[in-house]
Design a protein around this ligand. Structure first.
Ligand SMILES: Nc1ncnc2c1ncn2[C@@H]1O[C@H](COP(=O)(O)OP(=O)(O)OP(=O)(O)O)[C@@H](O)[C@H]1O
Ligand SMILES: [Mg+2]
Length: 240
């Protein structure tokens, strides 16, 4: 099994952000993680990427216990992510951001010339080649989100976690994003776990959906089944 999350529980003082959540992510597929605000989606990402130490439960990646892995080794375990709130450095250039992603994974294995040519290829792939030497703060919000994606891709992840990639994007940008994610899965042979509130996008490109509500797993299944699931409609879809 590729990624397994078992009985994952995360408490912050009196708040239980995740309670006994279990699900699997299949290799090569796109899994959507959805649910209302505060459901525990980002917390789940933070546990997988080891930003948080779960209160209890197990997370295994390709059969190995991920909870043994310190956060700074996550990238070398071939896991990369983007953030719900952009985590970029305004004065650094687009290219520098993507190089950071490559260095996080390959360290000194990669010489600067190869790293730069790989990074430029990724920027080309994401339609950002013309922005390579611009500081990130001069870019539109949509382009900054692509920079985050580029930084994650530079680590050549086997598992890519996307936390609300469509948030704040316009209609056309969301359509392009959906195509880009589909292409990435194919061209980078990456498995994707995506948190998203944009239902057309997540239902359109996911093979499977896991629904969280108030820290618990409410449902999981194919998009068509999730759309028609009464509990999911009541807790989430009916209100969106
Ligand atoms: N570091 C933290 N300290 C205290 N509480 C936290 C922390 N991180 C998350 N929480 C709480 O855990 C719960 C789940 O939050 P989380 O950010 O995972 O939700 P989410 O599903 O990502 O929501 P959204 O769709 O709004 O991003 C919330 O009640 C939140 O306040
Ligand atoms: Mg969140």
């Amino acid at each position: 099994m590729f990624l397994t999350v078992r009985d994952l529980t995360m408490r912050f003082g009196g708040i239980t952000a995740l309670a006994d959540v279990s699900f699997d992510v299949d290799e090569g597929r796109i899994t959507g993680l959805i649910g209302p605000n505060g459901a525990g989606k980002t917390t789940c990402f933070n546990c997988i990427t080891r930003f948080y130490q779960p209160t209890s439960g197990a997370i295994a990646f390709k059969g190995e216990n991920l909870l043994d892995c310190p956060p700074f080794r996550i990238t070398s375990r071939r896991i990369a992510r983007t953030f719900q709130n952009l985590e970029l450095f305004g004065t650094m250039t687009v290219l520098e951001h993507v190089l950071v992603g490559a260095h996080a994974r390959f360290g000194r294995e990669l010489d600067e010339r190869t790293a730069t040519s790989n990074a430029l290829e990724i920027l080309e792939y994401l339609g950002l080649a013309g922005e390579a030497h611009k500081p990130v703060r001069s870019l539109s919000f949509g382009a900054r989100k692509m920079v985050e994606l580029g930084r994650a891709l530079a680590a050549k992840p086997e598992l890519l976690l996307l936390d609300e990639p469509a948030a704040g994007l316009g209609h056309e940008e969301v359509e392009r994003l959906g195509e880009t994610i589909g292409r990435i899965r194919r061209d980078f042979a990456t498995t994707i776990l995506m948190v998203e509130h944009h239902m057309a996008l997540v239902m359109g490109i996911s093979d499977r959906i896991v629904v969280l509500d108030s820290g618990r797993k409410l449902a999981e299944g194919e998009p068509s089944a999730i759309r028609g699931n009464r509990a999911v409609i009541d807790a989430y879809l009916g209100t969106s």
